[in-house]
Design a protein around this ligand. Structure first.
Ligand code: CP
Ligand code: NVA
Length: 306
């Protein structure tokens, strides 16, 4: 039976741990070429732009000995030129795996349900699981298994959802502060609470960034206006103005806190330049880790080293 990765909830806690360990092992090999994906063809089916996800997957597949194909938004035109179901059935005749970046999460689910190719969610409106796993990898690299608090401030969106689930599965206390009406989805928070109970961690959601950042070891931010929300730009910038991560806010965190951001970032909006470019920031280690965790994900789902 094929395994997909549509959300962190598709993995058990021990599988998450296994992926982190495998990513660290592959990272230590410093890009050494292997044959883990020998004879495997992977397509990147993207409806939205990407820097990190596209480039890190392309290089990961090359270093693991597979073939990677980028399918730009205008090429397949998912849901318009052709249904997700027909796309999945067709591409499964050519490809072993599709990394899909979509607007609607339903498209990722439809791809997974209608073809034999393994589907990896490369970001949907609901989840960004590869990001969440890279984030936990980055946190574990910095803190090991120390009991820590990770605080996310901003929109209760795809990145926030996957961070909630990934931290809760990994024993990391996770706190979220969003403006009213931008809270993470209730069912995702409930699921994170279940995972947190199993791993012995906690989940807290609030509208008070100052309270959530107190004693935090990690402060995390994402854009206020996600891809596809450009029409809401003006309103969102107004609604999020008190949720900026700046030098005043970070004073409440531990002095050796780390700043994380999935990128791309907007200096002067969700984070000030002194914070993201300061000595506590690990955003480029985090970006690098996308490639290492994705190698682990590909090896786990498609390779011999299951
Ligand atoms: N963080 C992230 O997914 O970046 P890209 O949108 O550039 O892929
Ligand atoms: N929330 C952002 C993440 C970008 C990596 C978006 O969906 O555009």
């Amino acid at each position: 039976m094929k395994r997909n990765l549509l959300s962190i909830q598709d993995l058990s806690s021990s599988e998450v741990q296994h992926l982190i360990k495998l990513a660290l092992k592959l990272k230590a090999q410093k890009g050494k070429l292997s044959t883990i994906l020998k004879d495997k063809a992977i397509g990147l089916l993207f409806q939205k732009p990407s820097n990190r996800t596209r480039v890190s997957f392309e290089i990961a597949v090359w270093q693991l000995g597979g073939k990677c194909l980028y399918l730009a938004p205008q090429e397949i035109d998912l849901g318009k030129r052709e249904s997700a179901s027909d796309v999945a059935k067709t591409l499964s005749r050519y490809l072993d795996c599709i990394v899909a970046r979509t607007f609607s999460h339903k498209d990722v689910v439809d791809l997974a349900q209608n073809g034999s190719a393994v589907i990896i969610n490369g970001l949907s409106d609901l989840f960004h699981p590869c990001q969440g796993l890279a984030d936990v990898l980055t946190i574990k690299e910095k803190y090991g298994n120390k009991k820590i608090i990770a605080t996310y401030i901003g929109d209760g969106n795809n990145v926030c959802h996957s961070l909630l689930l990934a931290c809760a599965k990994s024993g990391i206390d996770v706190r979220v502060a969003t403006p009213e009406k931008y809270e993470p989805a209730e069912d995702v928070v409930t699921l994170a609470q279940v995972f947190a109970q199993e791993s012995g961690s906690t989940v807290e959601v609030s509208t008070d960034p100052g309270a959530m950042v107190k004693n935090a070891d990690v402060i995390y931010s994402d854009v206020w206006v996600s891809m596809g929300q450009e029409d809401e730009d003006k309103k969102r910038k107004k609604d999020f103005k008190n949720f900026q991560i700046n030098s005043d806010l970070v004073k409440n965190a531990k002095s050796d806190y780390i700043f994380m951001h999935c990128l791309p970032a907007h200096r002067g909006l969700e984070v000030t330049a002194d914070v993201i470019d300061g000595s506590n920031s690990v955003v480029f280690d985090q970006a690098e880790n996308r490639m290492h965790i994705q190698k682990a994900i590909l090896a786990f789902l498609l390779g011999e080293t299951k």
